[in-house]
Write a protein that binds this ligand. Structure first.
Ligand code: F6R
Length: 570
């Protein structure tokens, strides 16, 4: 896909932008070009094919420019020809600009400009922008751009040089990524900050019809009518120089990186002792996650495939209904987003236009968006409410490989996190057991009642069919204490009766048993011990169950209502 790079400063601007284009090469392109201002004339070069072809042509010239813009083009409007390659110019060639994105109303604008006598040389939507700015220009370049921006529709990132201002570049961004890099007496511009992170990690992200006048010493940002104070940010991710190492292609290297990238996705997130997942970066409150009734997954291409797998996992393991949509289709469905919907947007790059547009649509309808992304600082990360990072390192090969497996790992951890919350919403529980496990049931039920104010009844399992079975059903899970060896077989029979009535069963057991696992929904194992002593580990599990449910329900656990530590009255 298209990439933009710009530079202003004391270094050789042409060398720097060619190097910048090389760092953007991984995005895929079919032609490349660059421009600057020399002796108050626009100078440029553009070629079909590889950046090396462009560089060969540029070396035949004697370009000396204080500022330069450059682009790799991936054809959308017009074939991959030299004429259609960027930069594009106005009639007088007073300005040159490069552009990523699509000007949706280019036909209307072109017609209007033609009526004013403007003639076009290329088939691109980009050329319209050059003529439009020139049409409004009367010595006030910012004013002309502001007027043009007010007329443009679509998503676009533009870099521009003008012969009247040789030592500056202008950036224009609307719903397409464009980032300024602030160096020491120099500045950079790119659609991907990775391309300049080698020089500086101080950055300003542009968006929403913002216009930046970028000089070596100053960088000012404007809206269509006023100046704006923009926050600087520090690029967090380690954007090292990409290298193929011993591999012939980045793609092969990235396929072979997967043992490590999968480890990165898991590291410090999968908590073996508790069998659950923790995401340090996730600041959603427990109550936010608990209120999730359904999940809507939005993504494109390979990321959509990961989303389809996540939907199965969420449904089967966390019992949360999940719908997966291709972002580009979803945008045009005027979707209803019922309360309780969590939107998960999956994108390796965090810049896929359809996915970004889809999340804007759902956010406007009040949905919470959880991003799953590999690139810090990307548009998805900035616009989602929260993001889970893949930690897969840069994916340079155009075909997504390692990102997919990392997406599946992160989404399965998220499923685990959600699945671990599934006993929290019930308002009624039965605790069942026999012999030593019977009083243990009574104690377990008491703890749940005290800590979480949930109606919990402890029963001798054999007694259930004499009445309480009437209450068993999907809305009332059973905690089955299965650690009494003498009555174990009989208890399994009781559990079968419950299962036949659609009861949900969480077992606490002391020995692995295939029969038990086939009957119940979930099992927590405790160490094997004598029946009398099994009371202790089983009780600890019921205490922790009560504690965790109470905590997730936001209870005042140390001071339950209406209770006192010492009851000193009769
Ligand atoms: C296929 C491929 C594409 C991307 C798609 C979404 O190998 O790379 O299908 O998966 O363009 O990209 P992201 O994940 O960056 O949103």
């Amino acid at each position: 896909m298209c990439g933009i790079f710009g530079y202003v400063g004391a270094r050789n601007a042409i060398d720097i932008v060619i190097e910048g284009l090389r760092r953007l090469e991984y995005r895929g392109y079919d032609s490349a070009g660059l421009a600057g201002v020399q002796e108050n004339q626009i100078v440029f070069s553009k070629e079909v094919g590889k950046i090396s072809v462009l560089e060969r042509e540029v070396r035949k010239q004697t370009f000396q420019v204080p500022a330069a813009i450059a682009q790799t083009r991936w054809a959308t409007h017009g074939k991959a020809t030299q004429v259609n390659a960027h930069p594009h110019f106005d009639k007088e060639r007073s300005l040159a600009l490069v552009h990523n994105g699509i000007i949706e109303n280019h036909d209307d604008l072109r017609r209007g400009l033609k009526d004013q006598g403007v003639s076009f040389v290329s088939e691109t939507d980009t050329e319209v922008v050059a003529h439009l700015i020139a049409y409004h220009y009367d010595g006030d370049l910012l004013g002309a751009i502001q007027q043009a921006v007010a007329q443009l529709k679509g998503a676009y990132a533009v870099a521009l040089v003008h012969r009247d201002f040789p030592d500056q570049i202008i950036a224009i961004a609307h719903e397409a990524p464009l980032v300024i890099g602030i160096g020491n007496h120099e500045a950079f511009l790119s659609s991907d900050p990775r391309a300049f992170a080698f020089y500086t990690r101080q950055a300003i992200y542009l968006s929403n019809s913002e216009i930046a006048i970028i000089k070596a010493e100053t960088q000012h940002v404007y809206s269509t009518h006023a100046s704006i104070d923009k926050e600087y940010c520090l690029l967090e991710q380690e954007f090292g120089e990409p290298s193929k190492g011993e591999f012939e292609h980045y793609t092969l290297k990235e396929i072979y990186e997967q043992p490590q990238t999968i480890r990165n996705a898991l590291a410090s997130r999968f908590v073996v002792e508790y069998g659950t997942a923790i995401f340090e970066e996730l600041t959603f409150e427990d109550r936010d996650l608990l209120s999730v009734e359904r999940v809507l997954i939005l993504a494109c291409g390979t990321s959509w495939h990961a989303g389809c797998i996540a939907a199965y996992m969420l449904g089967e393991l966390a019992h949360i209904s999940a719908q997966v949509e291709i972002s580009s289709e979803f945008r045009y469905k005027n979707p209803l987003i019922p309360p309780g919907t969590l939107v998960i947007a999956i994108s390796q790059s965090g810049e896929t236009a359809d996915t970004i547009a889809a999340i804007r649509e759902v956010k406007a309808k009040g949905a919470r968006v959880l991003g799953v992304c590999n690139v810090q600082g990307s548009t998805l990360v900035r616009e989602a409410d929260e993001t889970l990072f893949l930690k897969a390192g840069p994916e340079i090969g155009v075909c997504s490989t390692k990102a997919f497996t990392s997406q599946v790992v992160v989404l399965s951890l998220f499923t685990l996190l959600m699945a671990r919350r599934k006993y929290v919403d019930y308002e009624s529980f039965f605790f069942l057991g026999r012999r030593y496990m019977y009083p243990t049931c009574l104690e377990g039920a008491l703890k749940l009642k005290e800590m979480s104010y949930i109606n919990a009844n402890g029963y001798a399992a054999g007694e259930v069919k004499h009445g309480p079975l009437a209450l068993i059903g999907e809305q009332c899970p059973v905690v089955a204490l299965c650690a009494d060896r003498i009555t174990y077989g009989k208890l399994l029979g009781n559990l079968m009766e419950i299962k036949a009535r659609h009861g949900k069963i969480l077992a606490i057991a002391s020995q692995k048993d295939r029969h038990l696992e086939e009957i119940v929904d979930d099992v927590i194992y405790v160490p094997v011990s004598r029946d009398e002593l099994a009371v202790i580990p089983v009780t600890v599990v019921t205490q922790l169950l009560a504690y965790n449910i109470a905590q997730l329900r936001g209870m005042d656990i140390d001071h339950p209502r209406h209770l006192a530590k010492s009851v000193t009255v009769e």
